[in-house]
Design a protein around this ligand. Structure first.
Ligand code: IPM
Ligand code: MG
Length: 361
């Protein structure tokens, strides 16, 4: 029996609903495989600001630090999106947590469920063999560079993009190591024709690649990468990129899979790791039992695989999700005109269907 403590941060919007389904599945995994998972709930984001004015309360940080892994829902609230002057913002909770836990490597895999190719706005033949992973640097770049401020009586704003060679080497190694186990191709995305940080990025990634002679390295400008992801997405294996380009390209690439509600992610550091769906808080539909819990459920599977080394258990979750989709069950975001009405499920019902299929392989 393996014992693990998981810090659970449901966050805002649909976060609590999708997290609830992932927890159901983890509890079932524990039961079927004889493990013990302890769940420690914490506040983060808008709900934490409401409660005590701080998007990342100390007790949340402490609980994450001492846990074996963190499972995260979603963050953000329209109240703050509509108020650019707000000084305290929900997203700061997640950004500080990433920084304080040193979660520098964000892995965002994209695999296509063959049954869902028609949910993608792209032609079937373009998307059905896509299998890529984006390795996004997560604790540097323009997200964290200082100064970040207003000057000139508030009429001019500054953000700072900053990267050190050390930060680039560390994330590049993650990408090359992953490529060894995959199709041995890394596409490094930058804007080296314009930005100095990108020129350092390109130079450093090329240097690191010398240690990986079996891996094919390509450099691509981010504007071209945005186009290539739509034009010819199956050319990509591992995409390596900096923080903001990775944020934008992963939302774009989610369209290939049919819905952002399907895509999980892992954010990994030296000591800690956090798992979260790549989608946001989706407030419009919070509390309505509509959101797709699959991204969070697959994030929980990534947690079992990467943090707990429970490969069979992780695969059991992946298979259960596949089975449910194969049997024609859909949440609203992935239903189409061919979906039978009675097979369109709510968040809870989708979670229950998947849980019901958690059996030893
Ligand atoms: C993501 C999100 C976050 C980011 C926000 C919520 C701060 O968009 O994880 O992709 O920009 O990194
Ligand atoms: Mg994003």
């Amino acid at each position: 029996m393996i014992k693990k403590t998981i810090a659970v941060l449901p966050g805002d919007g649909v976060g609590p609903e999708v997290i609830e389904e992932a927890i159901k599945i983890l509890k079932n995994i524990a039961k079927v495989f004889g493990h013990e998972f302890m769940f420690e709930y914490g506040l983060i984001g808008a709900c934490a600001i409401e409660k005590n004015g701080n998007p990342l309360p100390d007790e949340t940080l402490v609980s994450c630090k001492k846990s074996d892994a963190v499972l995260f829902g979603a963050i953000g609230h329209p109240k703050y999106d509509l108020d650019p002057k707000a000084i305290i913002r929900p997203e700061q909770g997640l950004l500080q947590l990433r920084k304080k836990l040193g979660l520098y490597a964000n892995l965002r895999p994209l695999k296509i469920f063959p049954e869902l190719v028609n949910s993608s706005p792209l032609k079937r033949e373009k998307v059905f063999c896509v299998d890529l992973i984006v390795v996004r640097e997560l604790t540097g770049g323009i997200y964290f560079g200082t100064p970040q401020k207003r000057i000139n009586k508030g009429n001019t704003a500054i953000d700072t993009c900053i990267y050190s060679r050390k930060e680039i080497i560390r994330i590049a190694k993650v990408a090359f190591e992953l490529a060894i186990k995959r199709r041995k191709k890394v596409t490094s995305v930058d804007k080296a024709n314009v930005l100095e940080t990108s020129r350092l990025w390109r130079e450093t990634v090329s240097d690191v690649s010398n240690q990986y002679p079996t891996i094919e390295l390509h450099h691509m400008f981010v504007d071209n990468a945005a186009m290539q992801l739509i034009k010819n997405p199956s050319q990509f294996d591992v995409i390596l990129t900096e923080n903001m380009f990775g944020d934008i390209l992963t939302d774009e690439s989610s369209v290939l899979a049919g819905s952002i509600g399907l895509l999980p992610s892992a954010s990994i550091g030296e000591k800690n790791a956090l798992y979260e769906p790549i989608h946001g808080s989706y407030h419009k539909n919070a509390g309505k039992n509509i959101a797709n819990p699959i991204a969070t459920i697959l994030s929980a599977a990534m947690m079992l695989r990467f943090s707990f080394k429970m490969e069979i258990e992780a695969r059991t979750i992946g298979n259960a999700v596949q089975q449910v989709i194969k049997r024609g069950f859909r949440t609203a975001d992935i239903a189409d005109q061919n979906t039978q009405k009675e097979k369109i499920l709510g968040t809870k019902e989708m979670g229950e269907r998947i849980t019901g299929l958690i059996k030893p392989l």
